[in-house]
Structure formats: C-alpha cells, structure tokens
Write a protein that binds this ligand. Sequence first.
Ligand SMILES: Nc1nc2c(c(=O)[nH]1)N[C@H]1C(S)=C(S)[C@@H](COP(=O)(O)O)O[C@H]1N2
Ligand SMILES: [Mo]
Length: 161
Amino acid sequence: MTGMKYIAALALACTALAQAPATLTVAGDLPMPLKLTLADLAAMPRQTVKLPNPNGGDYTYEGVALFEVLKRAGAPNGSSLRGAALASYVLAKATDGYQVAFTLGEIDPSFGNTTILIADHRDGAPLSGNQGALRLVVPNDHEGARSVRMLETLEFVRLKK
Ligand SMILES: Nc1nc2c(c(=O)[nH]1)N[C@H]1C(S)=C(S)[C@@H](COP(=O)(O)O)O[C@H]1N2
Ligand SMILES: [Mo]
C-alpha cells in the first residue's frame, strides 16, 4: 500500500469508528429486549417528519416511531397503557454519554399527540457525522436539546410495578 493510500484507509477507519454503531439496543424492564440493525429499522413501518432547516426550507427526517420500537419490545400500549404503566419512562442514551428521559405517556401519540421519531435518513440520505446513524426527532419541541443525536440505547424503566 502506498503512503497516501494508507493514510486514506486510516482516515476511513477512524471515521467508521467515530460513527454511532449502526445498532439500537432496546433494554430494561421489557418482555422482549431487542437489538435492531439499520436493516431491521428499514423493514418496520416508516414515517417522515418535517423540521425547519435553520438555513431555510425544511428538513425531511425519515425513520421509525419511538413508540413503534417500544411496542415491538413489548412495552405497554393501547388499553394496557393505563395506571401503573404510565409511571414508566425511557432513557435515550447516545455514544457520547448524552442522555434524555421521555415518559411513556408522552411517547404514545394517542396521549402526547406527537410522533417522536428514531430517524435514520434526512432528505433521502443516511444520517452521518455528528448526527450518528440514528437520532431522535421531537417535532413539537422548540429547543433542540431533546433531539438525541448518535442514539445507541433505549432503556425502559418502570417506576411502579
Ligand atoms: N448525543 C448528543 N445529542 C445531542 C446533544 C449532545 O451534546 N449530544 N446536544 C443537543 C442539543 S443541546 C442540541 S441544540 C441539538 C443540536 O443538534 P442539531 O443542530 O442537529 O439539532 O442536539 C442535541 N442532541
Ligand atoms: Mo442546544
């Protein structure tokens, strides 16, 4: 390998390592903990959300509803999301240690009246760079701080059993 080619290969390897791992771990107090690959997410029901692009126009994020992924792991939903189950939350954790908690009630669109999205594409292209392969999109938030980039793990916690 020539010097230039070696440096190019090394740069590529470093970029790959810096990316969020392309799997989502769904862990915690759930009947069916999951590890989802990008291919698994691609095969689930897909949704899009538009967010204003600060440079003008809109971004279109595409992915799977956070609620859909939790349902698949066996989290309470529909008529079972009542009473004690509403004292549950999800901690969304990123590769850089960033963490944000969402209550299960606000994640269910029939309570929170919004769809929090686990996005893997923006404007048709896979997410990359400091977004990681996966990020949350929280459409009704005025602040960006709950939009966890480089999403790696969802941890489900029941406060009341
Ligand atoms: N993993 C991770 N996600 C994060 C943050 C962070 O430090 N780490 N910062 C948050 C904050 S404060 C903002 S404003 C947005 C900024 O990202 P955006 O410009 O792509 O929305 O990311 C949010 N998500
Ligand atoms: Mo922020």
